[in-house]
Design a protein around this ligand. Sequence first.
Ligand code: DAT
Ligand code: MG
Length: 151
Amino acid sequence: AEMERTFIAIKPDGVQRGLISEIISRFERKGFKLVGIKIMVPSKGFAQKHYHALKERPFFNGLSNFLSSGPVIAMVWEGEGVIRYGRKLIGATDPQNSEPGTIRGDLAVVVGRNIIHGSDGPETAKDEISLWFKPEELVSYTNNAEKWIYG
Ligand code: DAT
Ligand code: MG
């Protein structure tokens, strides 16, 4: 299997709304493997770093304030195709356009409160994982179900 890793974060709205276990369970039931997880309140500077690619956008300041407004669940998930498929589980950026069955489609209404972040490609996955996690915070292990998930 072509294993890869992606960075997934439950934003402060998802945490406050009690959606942590709901969101984790969707990745877990799919067959992806959790290799890193922590709860933290990012500083505004940290949030700006995370969203640096969007610094010219009009919503950048509000977005950075929002991400730093409360606890975030930061995670790294591993699996075949997890970067691209994680984005499918999450759904479109604007929940008004997210399909039913996706996390944002089922659980969110407006773009400014879309409850979850996921890396959008291999490069951003690498950058975001190293921004949020030290190497020793990530755990490599064999899950016994893997042979049933991957054959
Ligand atoms: P995504 O989170 O789907 O990768 P993105 O990287 O383009 O989307 O934007 C990051 C976040 O910024 C997004 O989850 C919500 C916020 N955002 C995006 N577009 C926005 C807009 N037009 N107005 C307000 N917030 C927006
Ligand atoms: Mg993005």
